[in-house]
Design a protein around this ligand. Structure first.
Ligand code: ATP
Ligand code: MG
Length: 206
């Protein structure tokens, strides 16, 4: 039997514990050998706002999954460059790992938008879908042609959008973002709040 590989894509600006809960539960419930957390280079769905550099987003994800068994950070879309398309990513993985079974892991907000995806038929032909569904949130309608597996996780009301706002106000990201990723944010001075706090940390005490 071929290796079962999960592909969990996103912007991860920044990565948070909701992402990790989704990835480890997808791996467990769908019996995946490993899950690749694929950091989008230029996410076409997010062209309307400035996105943190791909290298910084990758560094956060890499740090976050460092000690997590079976979860790996993937540079595939960053190294390919340009706009990130799931269909291209899956095609590269299918070529590189003949015989592997590919599973596209998505949260229920993404699952609800599948009809709007570019090149959806190619995606469907290359991978089965794993929908990580948050308890109590509206279950998306997913066509059977996607061969969906449903994975239940607790509802964690955490989003990168909210975390960017918190950081900008100087509020802590601790326990919402994995500790090693918080460290990367502080080291690199990412998001305005992290930078402000780092400068404050370095100022002499009164
Ligand atoms: P943003 O607020 O910038 O849209 P996000 O927190 O939604 O960021 P993304 O990078 O857009 O994160 O999402 C990557 C994947 O993670 C998607 O499949 C999304 O459904 C899933 N996801 C996002 N937040 C959660 C969460 N709290 N629990 C489970 N899955 C999540
Ligand atoms: Mg999102």
């Amino acid at each position: 039997m071929g290796e079962r590989i999960g592909i969990f894509g996103g912007t991860f600006d920044p990565v948070h514990v909701g992402h990790l809960v989704a990835a480890v539960n997808a791996r467990h419930d769908a019996r995946l050998d490993r899950v690749l957390v694929v950091v989008a280079n230029q996410p076409w769905q997010k062209a309307d706002r400035p996105v943190t550099s791909a290298e910084d987003r990758f560094a956060m994800v890499e740090a976050a999954v460092e000690d997590v068994e079976g979860i790996e950070a993937s540079r595939l879309e960053i190294d390919r460059g340009g706009e990130s398309m799931t269909a291209d990513t899956l095609a590269v993985l299918a070529d590189g790992q003949p015989g592997a079974d590919l599973f596209l892991v998505v949260g229920n907000d993404v699952a609800a938008q599948l009809a709007t995806w570019r090149r959806a038929d190619e995606v469907k032909a290359l991978a089965s879908l794993v929908v990580v569904s948050r308890a109590g949130s509206k279950k998306p309608v997913v066509d059977d042609s996607w061969r969906p597996t449903w994975v239940a996780i607790p509802r964690l009301e955490i989003s990168s959008t909210d975390l960017r706002e918190r950081a900008a106000d100087g509020r802590p990201l601790d326990y919402l973002v994995p500790p090693k990723a918080v460290h990367v944010i502080r080291e690199r001075g990412l998001y305005a709040g992290g930078q402000m706090r780092r400068q404050a940390d370095q100022s002499p005490r009164a």
